[in-house]
Design a protein around this ligand. Sequence first.
Ligand code: AMP
Ligand code: MN
Ligand code: MN
Length: 318
Amino acid sequence: MKRIEDYLEGVKTAAIAGHVNPDGDCVGSCLGVKNYLADNYPDIQADVYMTGMKDIFRYIRYSDAVLEKAEEGKVYDLLILCDISSRDRINVAGPLVDTAKATLCLDHHKTNTGGYTWFYNFPEASSASEVIYGFLDPEKISCACAEALYTGIVHDTGVFQYSNTSGHTMEVAGALMEKGVDFTHIIDRTFFEKTFVQRKILGRVMENAVLHLDGRVISGVVTLADRKSCGAGAGDTEGIASELRSTKGVETAVFLYQMDSSHFKVSLRSQDIVDVSLICSEFGGGGHTRAAGCTIEGSSPEAIVEQLVSRIQKQLEA
Ligand code: AMP
Ligand code: MN
Ligand code: MN
């Protein structure tokens, strides 16, 4: 197994970046790499790029050093991409792919098609944070680095609940706990605790949720009107798709979030039959077998739900 140090020879400047709308795994994997480099390679100038990081992740060391804009014309020796899924989802650091001297992409999305100097993609891994742990020397991982990676694993596994959790995931999480991470705080404050607005918008979705195909599929929608009346934004609906999915008898959940008058962000989650990454790929998105996303143009949520349900039905009947 290669180590991250194998790619650091002669590197004086490194950029680290993840995907747009960063989730816990994106934040955890990027800041995990940042902390590792800062602790063990202090001579490397390592810049992390991220936009829209939630305040709940502020306990992670170097979260206050995150850059929101790439300096024009800046050329890095190495660009490290974590959890990106696809090239068009890279955050503000996207243009650096063309200018960096080399790019190392570490991911776990089966729909990631690569195209980087070095590309390591492990779709069976729970999270990019788990993948990154495998590239680090365990002896050189500090508590701060461990806190970042542990956060990523917790978020992408729904606290070790989803089917992407393996024995190896637990071993990695255990090794990170041994570094002294405050796991109670991380799990409670960043995963389970929700704001009042998040509770309101979840309630709205559940109140109007619809069952399809004899209860094997569920759909939920957040419209512009719902957003306005609850005061909710994009970051407030994380976790709703999974909540819908864990309804008794449901195999697949469809969650729509209206972005503007003609676009919906779609999140699909499945239990153990439907490969939702195939469906989202068809619409220009991607993700994992049991969790995927895409954006669909249209103004009628009912019509979009119908299109998605018919594709789910095909897979269920196959
Ligand atoms: P979400 O439903 O947005 O939570 O996304 C579920 C999974 O699919 C995550 O791992 C995302 O990184 C991935 N994903 C979401 N949207 C897209 C997209 N448009 N293209 C590729 N992957 C996506
Ligand atoms: Mn992610
Ligand atoms: Mn991830």
